[in-house]
Write a protein that binds this ligand. Sequence first.
Ligand SMILES: [Zn+2]
Length: 103
Amino acid sequence: MIKVYESFNISQVGQAQSLLNAEGIETFIRNEFASSVMGEVPFVEVCPQLYILDAAEEDRARELLRPFEQRAAAVPDWHCPACNSEVDGPFGQCWNCGQLRPA
Ligand SMILES: [Zn+2]
C-alpha cells in the first residue's frame, strides 16, 4: 500500500479517491471518520489518508493527483482576522462578516 494523498479536509480526500477510482486505480481511505476522534489522539494520527493498493500504480496516481494537490496548495483556507471564521481558500472575502482576505 502506498499513501498518495492526505488532507484534513475529508471531502478533498474523497474527491482524490474518486479521481483515481475513475482511472481504475484501487484505493482506500484511512482515518475516514477521523473527525469523531479528534482531540483524543494526536492530530497527525487522524488526518484522512488516501492509499493505493498496487504500488505499480504509484507514478500514475501521483501524476493524476498533481493538479489536484497544486490547486489545494495554491489557495489554503484562511482565518478571518475580524471574526475568526474559517474561510475556504478561493474566497477573497469572509462569508460571515465581509472582511477582505489579509494580504
Ligand atoms: Zn469575518
